[in-house]
Design a protein around this ligand. Structure first.
Ligand SMILES: [Zn+2]
Length: 77
């Protein structure tokens, strides 16, 4: 799925399935679970497939109903 070279450092991007990933959607966040992302094995840059981003937009817009909603504590540093 993510079999390409990192655009930042030239390292190899590997597919990794993560339990939970927060993705930005219109100034807010959508959390996807059990999602395959691409992670560079050298610099750790993260990549998201178009299908993942489409899913984020669907859940963010409410086209696809979310499974549940989490409250996320926010703090200012
Ligand atoms: Zn990299």
């Amino acid at each position: 799925m993510y079999d390409f070279t990192c655009e930042h450092c030239g390292g190899q991007v590997q597919t990794r399935r993560v339990q939970r990933e927060a993705l930005r959607h219109k100034g807010s966040f959508v959390i996807l679970e059990d999602v395959p992302i691409g992670v560079c094995d050298k610099c750790g840059a993260r990549y998201f497939d178009a299908s993942v981003l489409r899913r984020v937009a669907e859940v963010g817009r409410g086209t696809t109903p979310s499974d549940r909603t989490l409250e996320v504590p926010v703090g200012r540093y």
